[in-house]
Write a protein that binds this ligand. Sequence first.
Ligand code: 3PG
Length: 213
Amino acid sequence: MPLSIAEVCRLAPVVPVLVVEEIAHAAPLARALVAGGLKALEVTLRTPAALEAIRIMAEAAPGAVVGAGTLRSPADVRAAREAGARFGVSPGLSARVLDAAEEAGLPMLPGVATPSEAMAGAERGLEILKFFPAEANGGVPVLEAWASPLKGLSFCPTGGIGAANAPDYLRLPNVLCVGGSWVAPRGLVAAGDWAAVTALARTAAGLGAVVPA
Ligand code: 3PG
């Protein structure tokens, strides 16, 4: 069943941003995150294991909605779709990537860092955008400043967000959810400490009520 980006963002307040180094980690990692209440999972195409990880996670964790991140080219979009990704995330706003995603029927969450980029996204009919990299670009005050002039647009801030500052973002009316890697730290994943990942996910899932668009 295809989900819109709005529906993906409303599954939980936090979208884990995952860098999967080992295929063997894919299934237990997805199960651990879903057990903690985080259902939308972004697997970044930054490792050779990523595409296979998307396939495995979708099968191993039926409650998960697995998407692909770091989509930077039409070829990335097609590969993600073929692997079974249900949504795509990009660090930036690329017309070629968005065209390919439309053609492939892949809902996209492209990244923006300026009002001009947000307006370009809105011109393409997008109402939800990733604000990236959130902390480096000014974080909460920037999104507050955008709320009125960019009314009607909602954001998934990502980059530099953790359990401590996520609530500050989640209470903004123009934030639907946040993305971040802190729920699946490299060390815990490498150690196979899935119970600890579930504990981090559970805390993240309880961070804030998801604000309707
Ligand atoms: C990324 O693309 O790596 C995401 O923005 C995650 O950033 P984080 O590691 O700061 O959460």
